[in-house]
Design a protein around this ligand. Structure first.
Ligand code: ADP
Length: 252
């Protein structure tokens, strides 16, 4: 039997009588990277923010590691981590101060160096947030969200706007976090990213989950329905060319 860390049952939320989340049910297993995909307006953010205790639920239930989000929100907050928007950092704050600030908010005292090392930013400990590149800011925001060792970690479009090296570097970091036993729930508009990174995905549209499975199973199901497209024989793509020419090293 699967070890379920998140259980969502018949969850609903409307704005001005218009359903944004329309009775969805799904489970996330401990230790997986779970992707929530869907076009803009599908209801992804509303769903995530209800799980994160940031928006009130109209009806249905959410349980995070056995805790009920509606009645035990404060306890839920202790075991989840939400990647903050990188804009949340003060430009004139040093990285060490930022880590200390976030850990203090959870009543923890952590070694800023250790946390920055884990996201490959140890050398920047005395730099200001404004001196970081886009990829570095994303890694800093991940570090701030895991200072309290959450069991469930949420990322909202973590690689939007990053160059290919920074993007692959962030995939490695997300996998490392998963491999440490943290369950990861993420949204992305990049379907290649979801296919490579996510153990399972849910596809949302109009407030409903219209498919949920491993990427490979969803692709196989589509093929079984008779779908086919013109075959491409290339074993590489333009991004592979780019990485081959410019290297895998971080350019930050
Ligand atoms: P997604 O994250 O998939 O883009 P959202 O959850 O942000 O979707 O939005 C789902 C629907 O709910 C959209 O139609 C959106 O306009 C509406 N919506 C989201 N937040 C609010 C809000 N605070 N007030 C009114 N309508 C909202």
């Amino acid at each position: 039997m699967k070890d379920v860390i998140l259980k969502v049952k018949n969850l609903k939320k409307s704005y001005d009588n218009k359903p944004a989340v329309d009775g969805i049910s799904f489970e996330v297993y401990r230790g997986e990277i779970f992707g929530i995909l869907g076009p803009n307006g599908a209801g992804k953010t509303t769903t995530l923010e209800m799980i994160e205790t940031m928006r009130e639920i109209d009806s249905g239930s959410i349980s995070v590691d056995g805790l009920d989000v509606a009645t035990q929100g404060d306890s839920v907050k202790q075991i989840i981590g939400v990647q903050p928007q990188t804009a949340a950092f003060q430009d004139k704050q040093k990285l060490s101060e930022i880590i200390e600030l976030f850990s203090a908010a959870y009543g923890e005292k952590v070694s800023a160096k250790k946390f920055l090392d884990e996201v490959n930013l140890g050398e920047k400990i005395n730099n200001f947030a404004e001196e970081l590149s886009g990829g570095q800011r994303q890694r800093l925001s991940i570090a701030t969200a895991i200072v309290h060792n959450p069991r469930l970690f949420f990322l909202d479009e973590p690689t939007t706007g990053l160059d290919p090296q920074a993007r692959r570097n962030l995939w490695d970091l997300i996998r490392e976090i998963r491999d440490r036993g943290v369950t990861v729930i993420m949204t992305t508009h990049y379907l290649d990213e979801a296919e490579i990174l996510c153990d399972r995905v849910a596809i949302m549209d109009n407030g409903k989950i219209i498919a949920i499975d491993t990427p490979i199973k969803l692709i196989k199901d589509l093929l079984k329905k008779g779908f086919h497209k013109e075959q491409k024989v290339e074993q590489a793509n333009l991004e592979d060319v780019f990485i081959d020419l410019t290297g895998k090293g971080l350019r930050e």
